[in-house]
Design a protein around this ligand. Structure first.
Ligand code: NAI
Length: 348
């Protein structure tokens, strides 16, 4: 019997390692392409049965329609977010699945790592000590205990983050368009309006998805409503923050510090080695110059447990499609409470 063939885009060594190991139980033929998926590279997917793509692949309408022409039945996203997929074009042309939760712990924990590093400057202490400089000037932090954190988005990651922040003895204010009922009843956090969250939080964390309502949710207006020297952490998606407004806030010292695991225009840079190149993105270059900004390259998800879950769920999604089963991890632009998927079917 001919093997099922998967065209795997934007491959990194760790992807290949985890997928190759998990694929031993599935037996698919996986071709690992280093290229990003985009209109120039989509033809590589010809003669394959499935495409596997990641956060910075381009799944615009043009690419989707090419994949549909090549009779690709499904794109298996190996990530949670799908803001890079033109779902409207995909509807009734190609199924899209994702990995809704691979390790919310990984992202919540990385969010806290950014907070602690920015507060206590451990990333700077490391370099100072290597230089035999044992001074502590400039490393003055604050007790997180007793401070107020504002969490925007109380889904899987946001709720775990709240648990950790509770452990520090922080007061937590939360905002979500769909408040979680259990959280609402608990003493862990108080749901408030965005304005109140901005006005009272010492640290603000973005844990909501990127969509038309959350695009640039942190902009000039929002920043103006925040406490002076607020810390902003974004492990959600880059475009949640208007980066120009963030830079303005950092320059005026309104924003005390920022921890960014994601960046608006990250596609060209994140996950790649530019150590021998010139950064031509002036906004990213400016962000990097701030001594109170800590950028990580979309690594919040990156734990052993997450990689194993990503590979297992992605290949399971492909198997479910092959076997005609319901696609529990399908996404489409029409998904709502009456979704056929929820009734054990497929979006279309
Ligand atoms: P989730 O779907 O469990 O929770 C998202 C929450 O955001 C939901 O409660 C939803 O109601 C809320 N939300 C939606 N629109 C909102 C709005 N306009 N304002 C406030 N809240 C809103 O998702 P999960 O797993 O907690 O992930 C959150 C986001 O984290 C993902 O969408 C993804 O963009 C990002 N992420 C980042 C990773 C990284 O490596 N940096 C890895 C995984 C996810």
């Amino acid at each position: 019997m001919e093997k099922i063939k998967i065209a795997f885009f934007d491959t990194k060594p760790y992807d290949k390692k985890s997928f190759t190991a998990v694929n031993e139980d599935f037996g698919y033929e996986i071709k690992y392409f280093k290229n990003h998926l985009n209109p120039d590279t989509v033809s590589l997917a010809k003669n394959y049965d499935f495409v596997c793509a990641f956060v910075n692949d381009d799944l615009s309408g043009e690419v989707i329609m090419s994949l549909a022409e090549y009779n690709i039945g499904m794109v298996a996203m190996r990530c949670a977010g799908y803001n890079n997929v033109d779902l409207k074009t995909a509807y009734q042309n190609i199924h899209i699945t994702r990995v809704p939760a691979y390790s919310p712990y990984a992202v919540a924990e990385h969010t806290v790592a950014l907070m602690l590093s920015l507060n206590r400057k451990t990333h700077k202490a490391y370099y100072r000590i290597r230089d035999n400089n044992f001074t502590i000037n400039g490393f003055l932090g604050f007790d997180m205990h007793g401070k107020t954190a504002g969490v925007i988005g109380t889904g899987k990651i946001g709720r775990l983050l709240i648990d950790i922040l509770n452990g520090f003895g922080m007061k937590v204010l939360a905002y979500d368009t769909y408040p979680n009922k259990e959280l609402e009843k608990s003493a862990k956090a108080v749901y408030v309006t965005l304005d109140k969250l901005y006005a009272e939080s010492d640290i603000i964390s973005l844990n909501c998805p990127l969509n038309s309502k959350t695009y640039h949710i942190i902009n000039d207006d929002a920043i103006a409503k925040m406490k002076d020297t607020v810390m902003i952490i974004n492990t959600g998606r880059g475009p949640l923050i208007d980066t120009k407004a963030l830079i303005k806030g950092l320059k005026t010292r309104k924003i005390g510090s920022a921890g960014l695991d994601v960046y608006e225009e990250e596609n060209d840079y994140f996950f790649e080695d530019f150590s021998q190149e010139v950064i031509t993105d002036d906004i990213l270059a400016r962000l990097i110059t701030f001594n109170n900004v800590l950028i990580t390259s979309h690594q919040a998800f990156f734990t052993q447990e997450a990689l194993l879950n990503i590979a297992t769920t992605t290949l399971n999604n492909i198997r479910d499609f092959r076997e005609g089963k319901a696609l529990v991890n399908e996404v489409c632009y029409k998904c709502d409470d009456n979704c056929r998927k929820l009734k054990g079917g497929r979006c279309f």
